[in-house]
Design a protein around this ligand. Structure first.
Ligand code: PLP
Length: 433
């Protein structure tokens, strides 16, 4: 009945997550509130890790792309699943370190890692750096050299596949700030140069073709292109790359219209392509990495708001305002992301009304959705926005000096705070008098 499996309706017609009544969570922890269901995260992780074992003899590692939602609790949870972690900033790395995440299982991404960030990675002992460009390559060689060490590196490659179209297209992707291009020879050049540097060891290549993708085909094509490139590198430079990181981007259901492919089907399809291509090019099977972010956490999460003012503009629309908005979920504002909404305290009532859901920020574009079918609402109702576990908290801001919401994890019929609600004191903490 709801887009995520962890959501149901109880006898009082209230929405539940992981079996807990969300109106009670809202009363206990106040709103706005992020809620995550631990069992769903665990199940999603297991789908990926099991598929790696089942279809690729476990010769790989599933990394969680922590930018989707990065907290110390989540880092610990991911570590306990035996997975690795993808970080793209000093802040994400610091969070992982502080959570005790095993650093050898961390992959450090980013198109402009700063010197201090790389120094942090070096001192933490980060396992692998995914190098974006030549300047960064030289800087890493220098920093690791000064420390008498050698960095294991992968290169971020633009494989020339744009999956962000209905019929995905090859090439035309050179104009991206991420990585080095394959078709221009740039990628081969940089690997050749890296192979001559004393303080880096090129272990593999990486690509990430996009996000919220519902087809298997772009992933299979990317895998084929990448394995062929690894074989080209072997033939041209006599260098055997052992790791192939195929990125993330697996789609999740935000609305009932979305129909994602089961996550284990990706590994099944991709492993066949990798095996076939490697065999045809006489390349040893690479160790595979994949990096799901959204599909690990999105459907585990909801956001709860209290309904405030409802404003009718006759003949135009009804605005329903909530006690959060673009400050805790900027995704509608950024890319008109679609969500499913429900009045949590009457969750199975028919959706007979239509509202534009507005936030409380001083910005006309501060909306969570437009022309949303919803139960007839009134002030004081609890509005739930579904499938908000990814790219909500991680993209939140303090615009208008609004404190960030708390985050609660539910498990086995119990709830616990995993990120405290910010206070006004937090808001002024770094202000100088
Ligand atoms: C964003 C990103 C991911 C995760 O993407 P999802 O769509 O959340 O699965 C993985 N790898 C890289 C390099 C990314 O930039």
């Amino acid at each position: 009945m709801f887009v995520s499996d962890c959501l149901e309706a109880n006898e009082q017609n209230h929405l539940t997550i992981g079996g807990l009544d969300v109106t009670e969570l809202a009363a206990e922890y106040k709103t706005p509130l992020y809620v995550l269901d631990e069992e769903t995260i665990h199940r999603n992780c297991k789908l990926y890790t099991d598929s790696m074992a089942q279809f690729y003899d476990g010769n790989g590692l599933v990394l969680y792309a922590s930018k989707a939602c990065c907290t110390m609790t989540l880092c610990k949870l991911i570590a306990s699943e035996g997975m690795g972690l993808d970080v793209v900033s000093g802040g994400e790395l610091y969070t992982a370190k502080k959570a005790g995440f095993p650093m050898e299982r961390v992959y450090f991404h980013g198109n402009n890692k700063t010197r201090p960030e790389l120094e942090l990675a070096l001192s933490c002992g980060v396992g692998q750096i995914v190098v974006d460009n030549r300047d960064e390559l030289l800087l890493i060689n220098e920093l690791w050299g000064n420390a008498g060490k050698r960095a294991d590196i992968l290169f971020r490659i633009k494989p020339g596949i744009d999956a962000h179209t209905h019929d995905f297209i090859m090439t035309g992707q050179i104009d991206s700030k991420f990585g080095v291009a394959l078709e221009t020879g740039e990628a081969m050049e940089i690997i050749k140069e890296a192979a001559s540097l004393p303080h880096v060891q090129v272990v593999g290549v990486h690509c990430h073709i996009g996000s919220q993708i519902f087809d298997l085909e772009p992933f299979c094509t990317a895998a084929e292109v990448m394995v062929n490139f690894m074989a080209d590198v072997h033939d041209a430079l006599g260098l055997t790359l052992t790791r192939l990181n195929l990125g993330g981007g697996f789609g999740i259901p935000y609305t009932p219209q979305d129909d994602p492919i089961p996550y284990n089907a990706y590994m099944q399809a991709v492993s066949r392509v990798v095996k076939e291509t490697a065999a045809s090019r006489m390349l040893p099977l690479p160790y595979i990495l994949m990096e799901p972010g959204r599909s690990i956490v999105a459907s585990a999460g909801i956001t709860l708001y209290t309904v405030g003012n409802i404003k009718e503009i006759p003949g135009i629309r009804h605005y329903l305002s909530v006690d959060g908005g673009m400050c805790d979920n900027p995704r509608y504002m950024l890319y008109e992301a679609e969500y499913d909404f429900v009045i949590a305290n009457r969750c199975t009532d028919p959706k007979t009304a239509t509202y534009t859901i507005a936030g409380k920020c001083c910005e006309s574009g501060d909306l969570l959705g437009e022309n949303i079918p919803l139960q007839q609402a009134q002030r004081g109702d609890i509005l739930a926005v579904l499938a908000t576990g990814a790219y909500n908290y991680s993209m939140a801001s303090n615009y208008n000096r609004i404190p960030k919401p708390a985050m609660v994890m539910v498990k086995d019929g119990k709830s616990r705070v995993i990120v405290k609600r910010e206070t006004y004191e937090d808001i002024v903490r770094n202000d100088c008098e």
